[in-house]
Ligand binder design. Sequence first.
Ligand SMILES: [Fe+2]
Length: 203
Amino acid sequence: MAPLDDQKTTITLPPLPFADNALEPTISARTLSFHHGKHHKAYVDKTNELIKGTPLAGRSLEDIIRGAGDNKPLFNNAAQVWNHNFYWKCLSPKATKPGADLQSKIDASFGSLDALKEKLTKAAVGQFGSGWAWLIAKGDGLEIVTTSNADTPIAHGQKPLLTGDVWEHAYYLDWQNQREAHVKALLDKLANWDFATENFAAK
Ligand SMILES: [Fe+2]
């Protein structure tokens, strides 16, 4: 039997919260097989490798991200695990809509849900290279922010409600260079507003 300390080192790859083909045609089963089964898994494996035998072994993912300090490879891999864990929950094969409180806040901050989607799409398209576009709760309102590469709002004390992954591995097999069309389809067809509403209520 492995010592307890070894057992505690493990960050795990959560299963997808939907079937591989549930998001088609916006996100194909083939994209999911690489994105979840290869990219996300590689971030999990690398994080476990990097924390093994260190004081961060056995700590939560959030503690590892905040405790990575100057260890950039550890920060990047752990943050990417967290970002992807969050991202899958932001997607839903069934149509959802913001809860009443969140919808009111969206109206107050952006004017309408359509205006929010437009601003989030613009931010996603404007993110140079790899990264993420986020809807976050800030103070009494909502904001759109982007992060570059692996960076994550939780490393900056921000409260994310919803995200879109704009690394090319998220869409290139299905959409090639059409990032804007992919993000629009993602927001129109797959955005999980139930999850965003839960995050908003817990902020
Ligand atoms: Fe990704």
